[in-house]
Design a protein around this ligand. Structure first.
Ligand code: ADP
Length: 301
């Protein structure tokens, strides 16, 4: 309901903008026909008209952008409520069962395992929100130090294989030579972990991921995370890095999330004079995410 209401108001504002521009052009043509001799007035009129048209275009763009942003905020609140509520409900249920019944040791261990996994999920979501706030505030500068990106990627791969129970064939990674960059280890770790977690999340059942970290073009350290998962349509490749943005459709409904992960990745890249971008041949054809940092002067050879 809210969605169709918003779509209607977007259509209304666009129609309003187009209508106003048409009226202005009509006025202009009439005015020129009547006053073609008065040169200065004509000149002023042209400038004023250009100002009016630019104002209307700006106004329309602004309104549409604001409405879209509101829509994303709503989607974020919904997704976040779900992300916070589901694990809490599950923890409560298992804790009540543990309290009310006498269970075998195996069952108790299993339930405790589920509770711990839900706690991790909850902590993960809270950490994403806090990190988004930190990255958004300009007063928080990254804590820069010389570090080996290769070591950090290895650490993230080992963590992901363990966490998602993946074999070395499912998540292929070969450690290369050292890659020295000047960066905030905590931020870079969060960015790489987000890319790897997304690759797992959007892979479905058959996980086939390849992670590489190497020096390219003599001055960049690039981390590539390639998956054979759901892929991304061309028009979405840039949008997915926006805050709160999630691609709609069946895949988004199946895979839960907040739309903050890639925003964090892009913010971290930018704070380190780097870049992050995505490549994909299209839906169903897998995707590759690239995170690039400048090699530090002592590291670039
Ligand atoms: P979330 O994963 O919480 O939805 P992200 O910011 O991490 O938020 O991702 C934004 C969107 O980008 C996702 O909803 C998904 O549509 C798309 N996306 C991210 N990573 C991948 C991937 N590896 N394969 C396909 N789509 C992806």
């Amino acid at each position: 309901m809210v969605g169709t209401g918003r779509k209607k108001s977007i259509a209304f504002f666009i129609a309003l903008g187009v209508g106003m521009i048409s009226v202005a052009i009509l006025l202009y043509v009439g005015w020129v026909l009547l006053n073609w001799r008065t040169g200065i007035l004509l000149f002023l009129g042209v400038i004023l008209l250009a100002v009016i048209i630019a104002g209307v275009v700006l106004n329309t763009t602004f309104l549409v952008r604001e409405i879209r942003r509101n829509e994303q905020h709503d989607a974020f609140i919904n997704a976040m409520t779900h992300e916070l509520k589901t694990p809490v409900a599950s923890i409560r249920l298992y804790a009540e069962t543990l309290q009310a019944r006498s269970l075998t040791d195996d069952k108790r261990k299993e339930f405790c395992g589920i509770i711990l996994a839900d706690c991790d999920r909850l902590l993960g979501s809270i950490e994403q929100i806090l990190r988004t706030g930190r990255l958004g505030s300009s007063s928080r500068k990254p804590n820069l130090a010389h570090l080996d990106l290769r070591e950090l990627v290895t650490e993230c791969v080992v963590r992901a294989r363990f966490l998602h129970k993946l074999s070395a064939e499912e998540m292929v990674y070969q450690e290369g030579p050292p890659l020295e960059i000047l960066a905030d280890a905590d931020e870079v770790r969060a960015a790489v972990a987000n890319l790897i977690d997304n690759a797992v999340k959007f892979s479905g059942k058959a996980v086939q991921i390849e992670v590489t970290a190497r020096a390219e073009e003599g001055r960049f350290a690039r981390v590539r995370v390639r998956d054979a998962g759901s892929g991304i349509a061309k028009p979405e490749l840039k949008r997915i890095f926006r805050r709160f943005y999630r691609v709609g459709g069946a895949e988004a409904a199946r895979v839960k999330g907040t739309g903050l992960g890639l925003y964090i990745v892009r913010s971290v890249a930018r704070r380190h004079s780097g870049r992050a971008w995505a490549e994909s041949e299209g839906p169903g054809l897998g995707s590759t995410f690239i995170l690039q940092f400048p090699l530090s002067k002592t590291g670039a050879k």
